[in-house]
Design a protein around this ligand. Structure first.
Ligand code: 5GP
Length: 186
């Protein structure tokens, strides 16, 4: 397969991702079989494709909502107090069964911020569903209730994940060539 020039190698191909997304949705559907409605809260922009595929595989009643964050620092959040909510959910989540849907956990500060922020809203329950995680990069303990894949410490793009807002719509998750993100200020 001809890869785009900045891509080094594919880590997770399309079929592997789709299979895992189905498995996660099956597990989530079973775990929430008795609830009236599950509220999926997707974290923009990175989780938009994962969220769309996951939501369409669920067999339980659910609604979707989104938030957007901004973080300061070159690689991810660096510190949780550097994370800011720049777009909130449309509907309040108090008393709701909430599942935060994230694309990637790197240091863990972003997810830590999100869990604290949503816990403070008094949902009926709060869990997290993360497509990928880099365990060797974690700096804080994070609540990973549903996890798609553990990946190595490389910058990945595709399936919603970007580099400088590009490559989000690749159907696979791939490692960017290190020289691309080492030479550019990111
Ligand atoms: P954390 O707070 O866990 O360090 O960082 C989480 C955020 O950093 C993610 O939501 C994502 O925006 C960004 N991030 C961390 N690693 C990667 C990566 O390999 N690829 C992309 N596209 N974003 C990443």
């Amino acid at each position: 397969m001809q890869l785009p020039p900045d891509i080094e190698r594919i880590l997770l191909d399309e079929a592997t991702i789709q299979r895992r997304v189905h498995e996660l949705a099956t597990q989530i559907s079973a775990d929430y079989a008795d609830v009236d409605e599950l509220v999926l809260v997707g974290v923009l922009k990175g989780a938009f494709i994962f969220m769309a595929d996951l939501a369409r595989c669920l067999t339980i009643p659910h609604s979707v909502d989104f938030i957007a964050l901004s973080s300061y620092g070159s690689r991810g959040a660096a510190r949780s107090d550097a994370v800011r909510l720049i777009m909130d959910t449309r509907a309040p989540v108090t008393g709701k069964e909430v599942l935060i849907v994230e694309d990637i956990v790197d240091t863990g500060y972003t997810l830590q911020y999100l869990v604290r922020n949503f816990q403070a809203r008094n949902p009926a329950s709060l869990r997290t569903c993360t497509l990928t995680s880099k365990p060797t990069r974690h700096e804080v303990a994070v609540q990973l209730d549903y996890l798609g894949f553990e990946i190595p410490d490389v910058w990945v793009v595709g399936y919603g994940l970007d580099y400088a807002d590009r490559y989000r719509t690749l159907p696979y998750i791939a490692a960017l060539k290190p020289e691309v993100y080492r030479t550019a200020a990111h």
